[in-house]
Ligand binder design. Structure first.
Ligand code: 0RQ
Length: 503
């Protein structure tokens, strides 16, 4: 028996992905592993997609409902979307093929807070979970799973599903053993108890996922890397955004509102987030912690340089260079990284208790501080809200970051009214662009509009925003949040009609 499948009964269930995919039926609701391109099943979804295509060619339907942790990769979301095999998908996604189908209205997509997914599944809000397809690094002698590069919602899928397919991926390093912390103390209302986590590095659970071996209908072996998307080095704009934020942190330390160790950091994905992390390193910060969702390259760097002492998350999202670095020093990183279920990594109770500093990208902000993180022109989704809302509402302070313009200047990311709201004005403390930083704490709507326009808008759009605001101050019927309703969304309409927000 292979050393990674140490349970005799489960060793007897090893089969090919094609055979395993034959056990999946049309109409099933399936919980799959995977979070930001890490730890997703690599073989069964592709075999399933092939079956779907063949079934559709016979004129029969074959579609399933797919629940994951967050985004996956071409082998899962891409393959199933191309096969027209997804009826409903939730939550966060980032696959171009899947996104195109969602935006053409060919399938349903449910964009919900990442911390809500597990509890909604337990509440029964998604119906019965027929099947779990979960990647693991190994199967332990007692049948428990050594998780792989993400934990996500795997605990919930394994507990709730009627049947389970395990993919054991030989590419995932065995040295990750001991890095995970799976908490089994969550109960349902009204029987919930406080979660006993007081510091980002507290371990409150077990390093393995429990699994009832009798539910397992197939074990499939793979040897395939995670998505591992490359990062481009931070550009000037990202570095300027990072610079404004770090200057602001220093100001807050000087004012005594933050200590030199700041508070546990939550950092979104992407190049701006990486630039902020790089800025903290270059700025001489030490002894910081992270309580976040995703460990990306910048976090490894901070851990290696002792800027960060510990990082708690639910998943990796590393570039090929980041993976090499992680593997080369895995003993070091295992002591400093804790991977938890996403209901714990993003838990509102913990985010509030620890006082996380939330830093996330956005699509656009309006002059009053409402944030759109997900939609272009109000109707086409990009990725989804992810965990940004879990941290924005509950953290110590919520910062949203974006270049001031998009599409080569044809779009202003500061607008009179956002075309879609993910984070309301009540959840937003700080807005940052390369132009500057708007500190919205304690400001009324009219005060906020003034600083957002002055500090964050691009000079091409600043006079237009100022003109809108001045006229709204004069002509708006209500003067608390002044708007010209017939004009508030006109910039988006102009972009749709002319490809440019400027008149
Ligand atoms: O599209 O590539 O076609 O040109 O949006 O924008 O500038 O590459 O920025 O990669 O940081 O993503 C909000 C999408 C930003 C991300 C978002 C277009 C732009 C480009 C991407 P193109 P950039 P980023 C942790 C927390 C929500 C989830 C979250 C996100 C594309 O940060 O998904 O925060 N956030 N999770 O051209 C039209 C505008 C635009 C615009 C940008 N105003 N109008 N298009 N774009 N601004 C992670 C998890 O939760 C898992």
């Amino acid at each position: 028996m292979d050393h990674r499948i140490r349970h005799a009964g489960l060793g007897a269930k090893v089969m090919t992905a094609t055979k395993a995919a034959e056990l999946v039926d049309h109409g099933m609701t399936i919980g799959m592993s995977g979070f930001t391109g890490a730890g997703y099943p690599k073989a069964v979804p592709q075999a399933l997609a092939a079956r779907m295509v063949a079934t559709h060619e016979r004129g029969e339907s074959f579609r399933v409902r797919v629940l994951t942790g967050a985004s996956t990769a071409p082998e899962l979301d891409g393959a199933l979307a191309r096969a027209d095999g997804i009826d409903l998908r939730l939550p966060y996604q980032s696959d171009p093929e899947l996104r195109a189908r969602i935006n053409r209205g060919e399938m349903d997509y449910l964009d919900i807070h990442l911390s809500h997914v597990a509890q909604y599944a337990w509440f029964g809000f998604f119906g019965k979970l027929d099947l779990a397809v979960v990647e693991a690094t190994a199967i332990m002698p007692d049948g428990r799973l050594l998780p792989s590069s993400s934990v996500g919602n795997n605990k919930t899928w394994l507990d709730l599903a009627d049947k389970v397919i395990v993919e054991v991926n030989h590419w995932q390093p065995m040295e990750m053993e001991g890095m995970h912390d799976v908490y089994y103390g969550t109960a349902l209302p009204p029987n919930r108890k406080p979660i006993p986590l007081l510091k980002p590095d507290d371990r409150i659970g077990e390093p393995y996922l429990r699994l009832d071996p009798d539910k397992v209908i197939a074990v499939v072996e793979t040897n395939a890397p995670d998505r591992n998307s490359a990062f481009s080095p931070p550009d000037d704009c990202s570095r300027q955004i990072a610079g404004h934020l770090i200057e602001f942190f220093r100001h807050e330390i000087a004012k005594g509102r933050l200590s030199p160790q700041l508070l546990p950091l939550q950092s979104g994905v992407g190049n701006i987030a990486n630039a902020v992390l790089g800025g903290l390193r270059d700025g001489g910060f030490k002894g910081l912690t992270a309580f976040t969702e995703v460990i990306q390259d910048g976090m490894l760097d901070l851990l290696a340089n002792d800027v960060l002492s510990v990082a708690s998350a639910t998943s990796f999202s590393l570039s090929p260079a980041g993976i090499e670095r992680f593997l080369a020093d895995i003993e070091f990183f295992r002591k400093r990284i804790i991977l938890r279920t996403q209901e714990i990594s993003n838990h509102p109770e913990l985010v509030r208790r620890l006082g996380c500093i939330a830093m996330n990208g956005m699509v656009e902000a309006d002059i009053y501080g409402n944030i759109n993180s997900t939609h272009v022109a109000g109707t086409s989704i990009i990725n989804g809200i992810g965990g940004s809302g879990d941290f924005a509402r509950n953290g110590f302070m919520s910062c949203f970051l974006t270049p001031s313009t998009a599409k080569n200047g044809a779009v202003s990311c500061i607008v009179p009214m956002v075309s879609h709201v993910d984070h309301t004005e009540h959840d937003v403390a700080v807005v940052v662009t390369e132009q500057g930083l708007a500190d919205l704490r304690g400001l009324s709507p009219r005060q906020r509009a003034k600083v957002v326009i002055e500090r964050c808008a691009h000079p091409d759009y600043r006079p237009l925003l100022q003109d809108y605001f001045n006229r709204a101050l004069h002509d708006s019927r209500g003067k608390h949040t002044p708007h010209l309703l017939s004009e508030a969304l006109a910039w988006h309409q102009r972009f749709l009609e002319t490809g440019d927000m400027r008149p």
